[in-house]
Design a protein around this ligand. Structure first.
Ligand code: ADP
Length: 770
């Protein structure tokens, strides 16, 4: 026996000596009670008091291994119990028996006190320390083994991994230090039962006293039975929660949990109480010992034990009574209760358990049994507490989520037949029905005619297959008004894999839907109006052009004839106005054609420098009249090909160049340049030294008929040229914009993707403006 056990033994010996020394005092208290019970003053109450005293003597004598006193007092206790049960007082004969038993006890106590003390077996609970933290892991899946090793090492275990049964067999035979536990897989390449065979061969579990925990994917009864028969003490099915494994290991290796268990002992016998408390403290538990049962409740509040050990018979309140009171309180429902009594009557035990106890330990109990029973209950209590805390947290989180959903969305629950069993307030708000109006009705009462039967059928088929449905649906509220919801329906599946209810969560999206519809309608309307407008302009232009051509044609003829000065002036006005109108009508016709998608572009690779030169020649006369010069000759950088309609590109340049001349100062200048852009295109710029444009006007100039210069009347124009230019540029995948400073000048630029920088192959490609 080691030093520790020796010390424990001595401690128990001292407690026992003290008990035996105090036995005479116990007996004198009993004697006094017997006197009353045997006198005319006897009552059921005094009988009960005597019974408790004798009962305690019996229990404590058993615990301290004074067997002779225990068995004699037990006889007396049973006799007294019978009187109490029959609600009678002892007759003369009985009184004589009681007195003689008392004498017998007196003699026994005397002889015990003078004889040598009996050696008490002290509890010798094995605290495995270093050994218990060594774990052997037999697992053929190396990845899983490594993962598990890491997890266990983090928990403070040392782990030795064996990946084949053979490797383990050899190592196990040789190893001197045995592990605290073995974690054993069942299925190996050698066979589904290879783990079981290994355990049987080595006699694991039983013979060596090393706990074996089987971890296996097998979930069949055969596998489990075979594992237990081969000596396994626990069976964990993969996949398991790491915590589950840790607590199992803690249990089987005897590793003390970090915090000592908190145990509350209630026993009216102070010596017994002290002995029991010592037994538990000795294995590292935190014990609160109370000898007055009436203080139990307040002490529980203060001490918050993980386990309660109650004596059964106590004055003031019995153990079962205390248990019943405790179980009334929700907060104490979870505390396990162990009854500790010398009660052997099965009915009494069951009655005690019925009142809220969890187990019954019969005195005298072996100290090691007592410690083991308390440890098992306390650790279960702790596990339950952890699980309960986790559940409470999960519940709290779910409740908060629920609250958020309830505020935000309509929720309905229907049974498998589609009958509503629950709706939340928001659902009632959206649908316009009250809770009672909806309950018991099929959800289909809300259907609208916006969807076909197939649509509803589709939903029903999806969810009855156990799948969730998400989408938008239109329903009809109580007043017949339609409303749209974005909805998810989730089926809840029962044990048979079939849905037993459906929960739908829906958000009202009616406003969004209306806005969306309004936008679509507005866009359609605008598109339609634009189409009408373009067609109207296109038709009107044709109608206008014919008479206009006649006016201009006859005007030109008249111009040639011999007219007086004032008539000539008049004809000039007619021609000027006629030509102006023709240009305008042509340009309007272009825009209308492009917008209506009837404009045909003839796309080809076009050399920019050439188009720029030709365009300049076209406006050259206009420039000469105002003495405006082209300051730079076109550089090589403009020898670039772009994919464009040559005629239209020329029209674009002529528009930009004629504006650069018109809105320039007399004697001003124009420069042209080409630069490649970061996006791989080319930017062609027409820069003038003219009047410039105010920043606030820049956007307007690309709109039809918007003229922004202060002195517009002097400059001829219709305000439509730039809008045509923009439409043309964009129709050919280009961009147009202007950089301008008032009184300094403007640079109009357009960008196109580069088609070719060398000689183009001039492939023609027809393209409509669409
Ligand atoms: P317009 O027939 O009036 O020239 P445009 O559509 O070509 O019509 O141009 C619209 C307006 O933009 C012009 O009336 C003028 O106010 C302004 N604008 C165009 N080009 C220039 C420029 N190079 N410098 C200053 N203002 C310009």
């Amino acid at each position: 026996m080691n030093e520790k056990s020796e010390a424990k033994k001595l401690k128990y010996q001292r407690l026992r000596d003290k008990y035996i020394y105090n036995l005479s005092e116990r007996l004198s208290v009993i004697r006094e009670k017997v006197k009353i019970v045997c006198s005319p003053d006897a009552s059921q109450e005094t009988l009960c008091e005597l019974h408790i005293l004798v009962h305690n003597l019996n229990g404590s004598a058993g615990t301290f291994e004074v067997k002779s006193i225990s068995s004699v007092s037990k006889k007396l206790e049973m006799k007294l119990a019978a009187f109490i049960k029959d609600d009678v007082l002892p007759e003369k004969e009985d009184r004589e028996i009681i007195t003689s038993v008392l004498e017998q006890l007196e003699e026994l106590i005397e002889s015990t006190q003078t004889s040598d003390a009996v050696t008490l077996t002290s509890p010798d609970i094995d605290h495995r320390t270093a050994e218990s933290s060594l774990i052997y892991l037999v697992e053929d899946d190396e990845e899983q083994a490594e993962h598990l090793r890491e997890l266990l090492q983090n928990e403070g275990y040392q782990v030795k991994v064996f990946t084949t049964p053979d490797e383990f067999r050899k190592a196990y035979d040789k190893s001197k230090t045995k592990p605290g536990a073995i974690l054993m897989d069942l299925v190996f390449p050698e066979g589904d039962d290879a783990g079981v065979e290994l355990m049987t061969d080595l006699g694991l579990g039983r013979q060596h006293g090393i706990p074996v925990i089987v971890i296996s994917v097998r979930n069949d009864l055969q596998g489990r039975l075979a594992a237990f028969r081969a000596g396994a003490c626990r069976y964990l099915q993969k996949p398991y929660q790491p915590n589950q494994l840790f607590s199992t290991l803690e249990g089987v290796t005897g590793r003390q949990p970090e915090k000592p268990f908190r145990v509350m002992l209630v026993d009216d016998d102070p010596e017994l109480l002290e002995a029991e408390a010592e037994m538990l403290r000795d294995v590292g538990m935190d014990v609160c010992a109370i000898s007055d049962p009436l203080k139990t409740l307040e002490e529980i509040e203060r001490y918050e034990p993980e386990l309660l050990v109650l004596d059964v018979y106590m004055p003031g309140a019995t153990g079962p009574e205390l248990a019943a009171v405790l179980r009334e309180r929700d907060a104490h429902l979870q505390i396990p209760i162990l009854f500790l009594s010398s009660e052997t009557d099965m009915t009494q035990q069951l009655l005690a358990l019925n009142l809220g106890g969890d187990d019954f330990l019969v005195k005298p109990i072996q100290p090691e049994h007592f410690v083991l029973a308390v440890t098992a209950r306390a650790s279960r209590s702790r596990q339950n507490k952890v699980i309960q805390q986790r559940l409470e947290l999960t519940l709290y989180e779910r409740e908060r989520e629920h609250l958020a959903i309830n505020h935000h969305a309509g929720v309905s629950v229907t049974n498998r037949k589609g009958v509503i069993t629950h709706v939340n307030d928001r659902f009632c708000e959206i649908s316009g029905y009250t809770y009672d109006e909806l309950l018991g009705h099929e959800q289909s009462i809300l259907r609208s005619d916006k969807h076909t039967n197939e649509f509803y059928e589709g939903i029903s088929q999806t969810i009855s297959r156990g799948q969730s449905w998400h989408g938008e649906a239109c329903y009809q509220n109580k007043n017949g008004k339609l409303y749209w919801v974005n909805m998810s329906i989730v089926p809840f599946l029962g044990g048979d894999g079939k849905p037993y209810q459906y929960v739908s969560v829906q958000t009202d999206i009616t406003d969004n839907k209306l806005q969306q519809q309004e936008l679509i309608d507005a866009r359609n309307e605008a598109e339609q109006a634009n189409q009408f407008k373009s067609e109207f302009i296109s038709n009107m232009s044709h109608e206008l052009r014919t008479p206009l051509n006649i006016i201009v044609g006859y005007g030109e003829l008249l111009e040639l004839s011999d007219l007086c000065t004032s008539d000539k002036k008049g004809v000039n006005y007619i021609l000027k106005a006629g030509r102006h109108l023709t240009v305008m009508i042509n340009e309007m016709l272009d825009i209308a054609r492009i917008e209506s998608g009837h404009y045909v572009f003839s796309m080809e690779s076009v050399l920019i420098s050439k188009v720029l030169k030709d365009s300049w020649e076209f406006v050259n006369l206009l420039a000469t009249r105002r003495n405006i010069s082209l300051t730079n000759e076109l550089s090589d950088s403009c020898d670039i090909y772009v994919m464009a309609d040559m005629q239209r590109l020329m029209q674009i340049f002529i528009n930009l160049l004629s504006n650069a001349i018109k809105y320039n100062h007399v004697n001003g200048s124009i420069s042209l340049s080409c630069k490649s852009t970061a996006e791989g295109g080319v930017r062609i710029s027409v820069k003038d030294t003219g009047i410039g444009i105010k920043e606030t006007d820049i956007k307007k100039i690309f709109e039809p008929f918007k003229r922004v210069s202060h002195d517009q009347k002097e400059v001829e124009g219709s305000g439509i040229g730039l809008s045509v230019t923009k439409v043309l540029v964009e129709a050919m995948d280009g961009k147009i914009d202007v950089d301008t400073v008032v009184d300094v000048g403007s640079t109009f630029w357009i960008e196109f993707p580069i088609y070719k920088s060398e000689t183009g192959d001039n492939k023609r490609k027809e393209m409509t403006s669409e």
